[in-house]
Design a protein around this ligand. Structure first.
Ligand code: PBG
Length: 320
């Protein structure tokens, strides 16, 4: 199949952001490729690339979100590096990926998906239900903020960013009584000891693609194509096809209050979708199933129907 595998002289360059989670995901990708092709670590080079989304001053000022609408915040510089040949593949949290890739790049390799749930993280309380009236919760995720507003309008939501350590310190300082993080990231970092409880997807439907790692490459790079094919996880790809078609149909990005989750059972794919107003005052949900191969069509149809139900004005805030 492959004629030219990477060597220490001609390594496969793996591009990634520099956050601890991004690095863990890049290392997992390298390990899987090493195992699949019986290659030494030296056949790979992990290249850290700084993105707009990593610029804390920009994020804190929310300038980046306003100028870019949240789209491609974590991907632009990495994709440029792939197109100019300074890296060969890029490892991404699929949750942060726009639904369309630039011309010349392909995203068709997914690693086995991690836990899709959100984690309830607190020093003082065991679960969301356990939080007293008026408690303060920290989150900067539009989706989580909207879902909390819908479920617990009594809670006060405050902005909360930073890595796990920063967030734990903020909880210790009393900035908030609880916060939420993806179980997937905590598991990949070996930090699940901060989790008080995993939130059932029925209580908080995850973001589209939560817990999934995707690996992007140049469309014409046949060495990378053959290597990624060997580590691709088909069932994750089928779930993401449905979820991303749903997201695409809503014209959403990682910064819009949209949730979606596809699950497989035998030959059937079940898709749950949700769109919310940012304050949670209105929530529209859908839940339907189809043969796995029709997942993308199912996602597109669900998006169309939710849009129609939402009517005029529901999405106005996106352009604001
Ligand atoms: N938007 C940031 C982001 N992107 C991916 C993850 C976690 C890992 C994942 O969901 O795959 C996180 C942090 C979080 O939501 O806790």
């Amino acid at each position: 199949m492959t004629t030219n595998l990477p060597t220490p002289a001609q390594p496969l360059r793996i591009g990634t952001r520099g956050s601890p989670l991004a690095l863990a995901q890049a290392h997992e990708t390298r390990s899987r490729l090493m195992a699949a092709f019986d290659l030494p670590e030296g056949a790979f080079e992990i290249v850290v690339i700084k993105t707009t989304g990593d610029d804390r001053t920009l994020i804190d000022a929310d300038i980046a979100l306003k100028t870019l609408g949240g789209k491609g915040l974590f991907t632009k510089e990495i994709e440029e590096a792939m197109l100019d040949g300074s890296i060969d593949i890029a490892v991404h949290s699929m949750k942060d990926m726009p639904v369309l890739q630039p011309p010349g790049l392909l995203l068709d390799c997914y690693l086995p998906r991690e836990d899709v749930r959100d984690a309830f993280v607190s020093l003082s309380h065991d679960s969301l239900a356990d939080l007293p009236q008026g408690a303060r919760v920290g989150s900067s995720s539009l989706r989580r903020r909207a879902q909390l507003g819908a479920r617990r309008p009594d809670l006060q939501v405050v902005e909360f960013r930073g890595n796990v350590q920063t967030r734990m310190k903020k909880l210790g300082d009393g900035v908030a009584d609880a916060t939420f993080l993806a179980m997937a990231g905590l598991r990949r970092l070996g930090l699940t000891d901060v989790v008080k409880s995993a939130i059932a997807v029925e209580d908080m439907l995850p973001a589209v693609a939560q817990g999934a790692i995707g690996i992007e490459r140049r469309a014409d790079d046949l060495r990378a194509a053959a290597m990624l094919e060997a580590i691709h996880h088909g069932p994750t790809g089928q779930r993401l096809a449905a979820e991303r078609a749903f997201l695409a149909g809503l014209d959403g990005s990682c910064e819009t209050p949209i949730a979606g989750l596809a699950e497989l059972d035998g030959g059937t794919l079940r898709l749950r979708g949700e769109i919310l107003r940012p304050d949670g005052s209105e929530v529209l949900t859908d839940d339907r199933s189809a043969p796995i191969e029709d997942g993308a069509a199912l996602g597109a149809a669900m998006a169309r129907d939710l849009r129609a139900r939402a009517g005029e004005g529901f999405f106005d805030w996106i352009a604001a």
